[in-house]
Ligand binder design. Sequence first.
Ligand code: GRG
Length: 284
Amino acid sequence: MNNNVLESHLELIEKSIMDFVPSAGKSYDIIEEAMKYSLETGGKRVRPMLVLEFCRICGGDIDKALPFAAAVEFIHTYSLIHDDLPCMDNDDMRRGKPSSHIKFGEADALLAGDALLTHAFSALASAQLSAKQIVDAVRTLSEYAGVNGMIGGQIIDLEGENKNLSIDDLFLMDKLKTAALITSACVLGCIAADNYDNIPSAVRFAENLGIAFQIVDDILDYLEGEDNSDIVSGKSTYVSLLGLEKARTEAEKYTDAALDALKSVEGDTTVLVDFSIKLLKRNV
Ligand code: GRG
């Protein structure tokens, strides 16, 4: 039954996400193509799933949360396009396909990322919700994706190349770079359902889930082998600092803390418990 809920969220997301991509004028429709290329290529849709699931738990109408789900996936996708650029992580491949800048060139990849970032807020504004909910959603997404959120984390990441970060620096980096956007997704789900009481527990859940998610990402990158930009650029990760086994234990510890936070969320959180465990055990 829990799997059915997750499958139905995924189906809704896949069916609706492209509807939020604006049609570009004929002479510059390459940007529309580039936005769709990166949105299409096989992401797990973790963040939009969290939006819909929190909305469901909080008793909201999932259809009304779809613009929020699309918005957070747009921000995630822009961050991946920009992260792959030569001036950032310089990755030629993403999800087994050429990165945006390899396929479309650097300038168009940069602009496709910019367009996704910009239109994320237009997607939020299109939701059939109250003005207060939309303003709160705009503030939430811009703060978690902004300088004291994902962008701040990316700066620590870039500055940490070829330096040994401490475990505290690494925690702060991952809290901002990865957990912040995941947190925005959970908060957006609560806002879509007009359930503000669940937000503090949703934040505690998401901050822990986000760290666990990043540790697993570090482990999977490490297991993928040497041909990996984090290893090539000498970045500190949970695996390089703690070793594989201790990193696994840390991922479990943060997942447990996330599950503990769920106990204070009002509503049926069993789907989210299963989803969190799936993310811990994932292999992509
Ligand atoms: C360049 C502004 C800017 C920000 C970049 C989020 C980020 C900051 C960079 C992306 C690279 C990265 C390793 C981020 C950490 C978050 C993370 C684990 C991303 C991968 O997320 P998944 O696994 O990706 O959800 P899919 O492919 O499933 O969508």
